[in-house]
Design a binder for this molecule. Structure first.
Ligand SMILES: [Mg+2]
Length: 122
């Protein structure tokens, strides 16, 4: 699968990227919502995006809205968050994207991806 990992904490991002790469996925990364949006606008088409919510420049909620509305793309997005303002969480849920809490076990990520892909396919 082609996966885009969006996370502003470099250590966490690197760990997730390496793990998914080790599992055989083609992994791309972005340090915030702006970078992720730019990659997609430039033509990157991940099968799924795994993203933090609280990030500089463009947060996860706004990134999701921009992908959905401005680009008109329905790429599945899974959020992994350490907590964020309630209005952002509501915004994300209204756009039908799941939010999972930090801390998360890296080994739980493949199951989260699987679940979201089959939910989107249903
Ligand atoms: Mg963050």
């Amino acid at each position: 699968m082609n996966i885009l990992v969006v996370e502003d904490e470099a250590g966490i991002r690197q760990t997730v990227v390496e793990y998914l790469g080790y599992l055989g996925h083609e992994v791309h990364q972005a340090a915030d919502g702006q970078e992720a949006f730019d990659l997609i606008q430039d033509g990157l088409r991940p099968d799924i995006i795994i993203s933090d919510i609280q990030m500089p420049r463009i947060c996860g909620a706004r990134m999701l809205a921009m992908i959905r509305v401005r680009l008109g793309l329905k790429i599945p997005v899974i959020f992994i968050s350490g907590g964020c303002p309630e209005h952002k969480e509501r915004e994300i849920r209204e756009m039908d994207a799941p939010i999972h809490r930090k801390p998360f076990s890296l080994r739980a990520v493949p199951a989260l991806i699987e679940r979201e892909m089959s939910r989107q396919a249903a």
